[in-house]
Design a protein. Sequence first.
Length: 397
Amino acid sequence: MVASQGKGQAQEIQATSIEILGACDPETYPLQKRGQDSKDKKTVTLPLEFLREKAHLRPRTNTFGAVLRIRHHMTFAIHKFFNDKGFFNLHSPIITGSDAEGAGEMFRVTTLDLNNLPKTPEGKINFEEDFFGKETNLTVSGQLEGELAALALSQVYTFGPTFRAENSNTPRHLAEFWMIEPEVAFNDINDNMNLAEDMLRYLVRYALEHCHDDVQFLNDTYDDKLVARLHSVIENPFARISYTQGVEILVEAMEKKKFEYKPEWGKDLQKEHENYLVEHFNGPVIVTGYPKDIKAFYMKLNDDGKTVRAMDILFPWIGEIIGGSQREDDYEKLLARINEMHIPQEAMWWYLETRKFGSCPHSGFGLGFERLLLFVTGMTNIRDVIPFPRFPKSAEF
RNA sequence: UCCUUCUUAGCUCAGCUGGUUAGAGCACAUGACUGUUAAUCAUGGGGUCCCUGGUUCGAGUCCAGGAGAGGGAGCCA
């Protein structure tokens, strides 16, 4: 190690011998040392679409090094946030026997011989002969288990893999993703919103403080508004509106703006509607009080009998980053909703018993971890914020 | 799943109204030069034009089907 004569560096190593531990043939190594159009940029990059096909090598790039480090720090920050608040981490099951939430298509888990399926006398598949003696799937949500834990430990959160077999081909969906689902006893919908907003703000601040160099690198390389956007989220409170107010704003906007889908009370907000609201408030928006018919059965019914205590947090470009609600804690009302929506009551027996045997108001929400990472890294495709993305027709690596 | 654009060298792309040997930049190799760091200069190697079929004397180019990718939408986190 000697003082350097060269510009832009203080020291340099003068090697007496070099040992090659693992050779790399430059003729066939797919990652070039230089990317395209490097003249106008501070840093050089290979196309992300190309790197997606080289998921075994892309962690070696500056970009994925930054993303994976940020991913780690965000994982840690989530545990720290909840631990510091006295929450307990709950390991909800990955294999589940119920499609309770109706959150989407599920992946079947089976050990049956697919080429020789056991049949019942009626000719249907006999799942009694399957490993668990019943139909089982990969989880789409740990919420229901989180709820029963919250009714015991008061404040819990899950943070685990989640699976959706939906044929979704978008830059915002994965078949396998990670979800954070806190659940808190005695929290109402407003406490729930406060917790969610505190958490998001905490996580963004944590990223700026602990991943400064990596965030700055991504800012300089891909999105020069990234750092400014992160600061904006920390500094400004989220707008909070009711679904009804949201529809009013959208209807009003129709005077000067054309929507492909007409905003109408009772219908779900379309992506273009969400985008408009986020632009309208120039930042994250929390929408509450959705019509009961477009939301899940477990959400607490408001006194008006028409809306439920649901809340969605909408982020710029990403859309829904968090979805949550106050839960229906009244046994009779919950049972009525289950029957109304034709959910098999017998599959829900244990969930119903949590209301039957000592209930209390409680609330929670789900945060899509990769969607959080989209926001924090400024990446625009969710397949670039998870090391090994799984999506329709793709489970390589 | 729907709409849309695309698929040509390792990468990014050009290739006209169909025409004979498919090009460029970068990357790579060799040589020269140089306290270099986006080096530079010279030379060179490198192609299943995504796949299948069709039209045609002739298809990278036109037609049909398929596969994959990007963007948008739906489903959602």
